[in-house]
Design a protein around this ligand. Structure first.
Ligand code: SF4
Length: 362
């Protein structure tokens, strides 16, 4: 691979489209090859996205942690009877939104547990409250799993649910619930979740009616490099077809308090090598994406900075009120001040700028 590698990377930087097999071999790299791959990804980032690193001032809104599912990688969900189960009241929801407007937040990111009593109307009510209380805020909410759940509970098709979401004010949806788009792995880590085909169908439907989304991968548990490459290939194909993804976000598995780790099914998350290569190969493989994001919540600040040197151009959000990763054991914190972001950005000679959800600069 060593002799071939320089030619492959050079071709890729100059527009050659990597195959899934080539992506797999890059993900398996060891030794100095890792730095060569990261270097090529950084070059490609410079060509595609320039030197500005962006972030969005956003706030999470997790209306409930009560969930009918028990995904093995999730430390957030609770049963109704659990002592720390919660369901926000309307007033608590409004209070959170008022805090968001006071903080000049431009995006509300709302994903929650699949509450057994939720119906399509429950979701619509939440979106209407957000729209009423924070009129100018971008609503980035729900994901294909919640869309399928709302449809299942109220006997509507996913297309009808998405249309209703849009009318209620949802601007974009989250590309989460993708985890790894390989059913054999999904059957281990999230057997109750929608299948790969359903995820793809709902994302296509969303893009088809003008609701853009993010795209994500959750890696570092029990998937293979081949599974990761297959996932990237599915995402690239959808983007070719719809152009509806705003960015790709590699999400490194936070393992500490999750059932699949505690039961010995998953390994203790990805290594630094894997994090670096996942970001770099995403940049090199996803030639139809402008934006590759590093998640400081999943990586921690130092690894996030390495990601920014390995092909990424976005730091995600300030994430006021983050709780999903924290419940799984993340130690990075629940909010990142733009001043701290600037420390790691200026340290590598780049410039930090605040953006909107659609990546237009403020
Ligand atoms: S990942 Fe989502 S659907 Fe799965 S258990 Fe956690 S909250 Fe529920």
């Amino acid at each position: 691979m060593v002799k071939h590698l320089d030619a492959l990377l050079s071709d890729c930087v100059n527009g050659y489209r990597l195959t899934p097999d080539e992506a797999t071999s890059l993900l398996k790299a060891r030794g100095r090859d890792i730095f060569r791959i990261a270097g090529a990804a950084d070059e490609k980032r410079e060509i595609i996205a320039g030197d500005i690193i962006t972030f969005v001032r956003n706030q999470n809104l997790n209306t409930t942690n009560i969930c009918i599912n028990r995904c093995g990688f999730c430390g957030f969900s609770r049963r109704k009877s659990d002592p720390d189960a919660y369901l926000l009241s309307k007033q608590e929801l409004i209070d959170q939104l008022h805090r968001a407007t006071e903080r000049n937040v431009t995006e509300i990111c709302s994903v929650s547990g699949l509450h057994p009593d939720y119906t399509l109307d429950s979701y619509l009510e939440i979106f209407k409250i957000i729209r009423n209380e924070a009129q100018k805020i971008h609503i980035h909410a729900s994901n294909p799993m919640e869309v399928a759940y709302a449809g299942r509970k109220s006997l509507y098709s996913s297309h009808e649910v998405l249309t209703a979401f849009k009318e209620a004010g949802v601007d974009t949806i989250c590309g989460t619930a993708a985890e790894i788009l390989a059913d054999p792995v999904r059957s281990i880590i999230c057997p109750e979740k929608i299948s790969t085909d359903e995820w793809i169908r709902i994302i296509r439907e969303a893009h088809g009616i003008g609701i853009k989304s993010t795209a994500t991968i959750m890696y570092g548990h029990c998937e293979s490099d081949e599974d990761r490459a297959q996932h990237l290939s599915i995402i690239r194909d959808i983007q070719d077809e719809t152009g509806g993804f705003t960015e790709f976000v590699p999400l490194s598995f936070v393992h500490q308090k999750t059932p699949i780790y505690q039961m010995g099914i998953a390994r203790p998350g990805a290594t630094g090598r894997e994090d670096m290569l996942m970001t770099a190969v995403s940049r090199l493989f996803l030639d139809n994406f402008r934006n590759i994001q590093v998640s400081w919540v999943k990586y921690g600040m130092k690894m996030a900075q390495i990601g920014l040197m390995s092909g990424a151009n976005d730091l995600g959000g300030t994430l006021y009120e983050e709780s999903i990763s924290r419940e799984a054991g993340a130690v990075t914190g629940t909010y990142l001040d733009p001043g701290e972001m600037d420390n790691i950005v200026s340290d590598i000679g780049r410039t930090l700028r605040e953006r909107h959800t659609d990546y237009s600069l403020l």
